[in-house]
Write a protein that binds this ligand. Sequence first.
Ligand code: NDP
Length: 280
Amino acid sequence: MSHYAVFGHPVSHSLSPRIHAEFGRQTGIALDYTAIEATPAGFAQALDAFAAAGGKGANVTLPLKEAAFALCSVTSERARRAGAVNTLTRNDGQWHGDNTDGIGLVRDLTARLGLDLRGRRTLLLGAGGSARGVAPALLDAGVSELVIANRTPERADALVDLLGEPGRAHSRYWNDLVNEGDFALIVNATSASRDGLQEFSLPFALAASRTLAVDLNYGEAAIPFLAWAQAAGCRDRVDGLGMLVEQAAAAFELWHGVRPDTAGVYATLRGKDASLVTAD
Ligand code: NDP
């Protein structure tokens, strides 16, 4: 039996153990996958203990993705472009870091939902670990412009610097977004609703009827942003459940060399076969 885990703080909400158990059943691969609570201060020690106990791979969720990057001896190009790691693999006594968040989001929007991201003027809210993961993938998917706004503006500036595409990626102060016109894609990569935020305070002028609004959060945590998107008139509104399944499938393939089927797992978690998730 191979040992895998997801580390986070908090992590009890994570659906990853359920998703990886299902992928294992589907592909006939025996594994156990647990959720391990780790604060930023205790993460390095918890990861060492996991490796010492035979841990072969781990996912990392908030707020540990940038810390995970720093703990890896080897990193993929995707992880370096993000400066963040969500997938760790133990090889030759070292942690190898990759980032499957971006490919997970883009696969969900393009392959599952059939949406075209090319040419979309895009607003990314947040500059934490998951925003870092999805930003390079959005640029690769052909968005025309990527505007990044974050509560702490210095983190948005740092992400823009790391992306190294001054012609396409810029940071803006959250309070100045009102002057930005509208966007064809708005991605919420903040954990604001997990912090207890009930209502998103964003100008309606950011959205137009053709705007696709995407929240990386799912479940109750996606309600405030998707409710804002509905009130702002966005036609298409998507939560992060499909991305969650897709980033997990990409991690599973890295670890086991087999790509699992995602459609059935997504439908089971959703509880109904919705093609587009709306806040209705
Ligand atoms: P981090 O802790 O790394 O970053 C949190 C981000 O949210 C930062 O940009 C932070 O801003 C911002 N933020 C937090 N509270 C507030 C607030 N009250 N108002 C405005 N901004 C706020 O978390 P992650 O980036 O890893 O995760 C972000 C969210 O995305 C999480 O809720 C997570 O569950 C979800 N997620 C979903 C995935 C999926 O597969 N569906 C994958 C990855 C993440 P600041 O820099 O100012 O602190």
